[in-house]
Design a protein around this ligand. Structure first.
Ligand SMILES: NC(=O)c1ccc[n+]([C@@H]2O[C@H](COP(=O)([O-])OP(=O)(O)OC[C@H]3O[C@@H](n4cnc5c(N)ncnc54)[C@H](O)[C@@H]3O)[C@@H](O)[C@H]2O)c1
Length: 329
């Protein structure tokens, strides 16, 4: 069935996930606005149905004005990993927590019908049990994760029949994007293996949930399309495979080359968790299509074809290095 085209407002649209998501939404005939501070540059291609705004979610006036005329919000903008956050916790709090309620209120004022929030699977903290489901208690370990959990709670207070809210808790994403991140586990190991022929694995037994960027994007596309009655007020884990870092390293070696050495380094960071994505499968029939090996192969292809160069020196690939060089206030 052909879906009605939507007017979608995406915060953080120029980021790693947004840069793959937006072309897909445009291909489907949706009208899209990307509202992004463009910390990592502008990698979105021009398109007649794409409006690109360089804006800060802390700028409530511009945000409010820019939201006008849309029906769907996908909120991706944030300082999006622990080390970048810890560089300037005050800045991180302003962007990741303090701007959230004003964004939601502004969305309601502007008659937005559906608000999709990118939380994180890191809200669960360390869990011994396997298959952590959405009902399990949240035990976030860092401010980044704590504020994700806080925003989920804030959002739930605004949920109504006129304002559909849905929370996604993505696993760690891997694979190629025009705005590449090389600070995520599969991507880090693949970059090291290809360019240095040596991978250092800290600990290694930690379990981590993973998802290919194309599957992540397919999930957002699905939530844009779904009828609000099916998803209003709900929370979904979105992941494909749970793998130990050792298993990821072996997969990387298998694909990149048998000459790659894997160096084990002792680590006290044994944070480990293992999520279940059965709810999104059973309720919404969302099946992932790609595995970790696909993300590794995509990056291999990008390295060979020089789509990604200077992969250790270009700050744009590493959120924390970029934030350090920017001195953003
Ligand atoms: N990538 C992952 O593995 C992963 C896993 C779980 C959850 N998530 C969540 O998904 C979302 C997208 O992740 P990503 O990997 O694309 O992150 P990213 O860092 O690549 O993108 C975030 C974007 O937000 C923008 N931004 C930051 N502060 C802003 C501000 N004040 N105003 C406007 N724009 C601002 C940045 O310029 C950037 O383009 C994030 O909310 C992240 O927490 C990502």
């Amino acid at each position: 069935m052909k879906q009605k085209s939507k007017k979608i407002f995406i915060t953080g649209g120029a980021g790693y996930v947004g840069s793959v998501l937006i072309p897909k939404l445009l291909d489907k005939g949706h009208q899209v606005t990307s509202y992004d501070l463009m910390i990592f540059g502008q990698t979105l291609q021009k398109h007649k149905k794409l409006n690109i705004i360089r804006g800060d979610i802390r700028d409530f006036n511009l945000l409010n004005k820019s939201l006008e005329g849309h029906d769907t919000v996908i909120h991706l903008a944030c300082i999006s990993n622990d080390p970048s956050f810890e560089l300037d916790p005050e800045l991180g709090k302003k962007i990741n927590l303090d701007s959230f309620a004003p964004l939601v209120e502004s969305s309601i004022k502007n008659n937005i019908k559906k608000f999709i929030y990118a939380s994180s699977s890191s809200v669960y903290g360390i869990k011994k049990m396997k298959n952590v489901t959405e009902e399990m208690p949240l035990e976030p370990l860092t401010d980044y994760s704590r504020f994700k959990a806080d925003c989920e709670k804030i959002l739930s207070k605004y949920t109504s029949d006129n304002f559909c809210t849905v929370v996604l808790r993505p696993s760690t994403v891997h694979g190629y994007s025009p705005r590449q991140r090389l600070d995520l586990v599969v991507n880090i190991l693949t970059n090291l293996a290809f360019h240095k022929r040596e991978i250092s694995v800290f600990g290694g037994e930690q379990l981590r949930p993973n998802i290919h960027i194309n599957d992540m994007v397919r999930a957002y596309e699905l939530f844009v399309d779904l009828d609000v009655s099916k998803i209003n007020g709900k929370i979904y884990n979105v992941g494909a495979e749970n793998k130990t870092v050792n298993e990821i390293a072996l997969e990387v070696k298998k694909i990149i080359g048998s000459d790659v050495t894997i160096k084990k380094v002792h680590s006290d960071d044994n944070r480990s968790y293992h999520t279940s994505s059965n709810k999104i499968l059973n309720e919404l029939n969302f099946k992932t299509q790609y595995d970790v090996s696909q993300g590794i192969r995509d990056l291999l292809e990008a390295f060979i074809n020089k789509k990604l160069i200077n992969t250790f020196d270009n700050d744009n690939f590493f959120n924390v290095k970029k934030m350090m060089s920017l001195h953003l206030k």
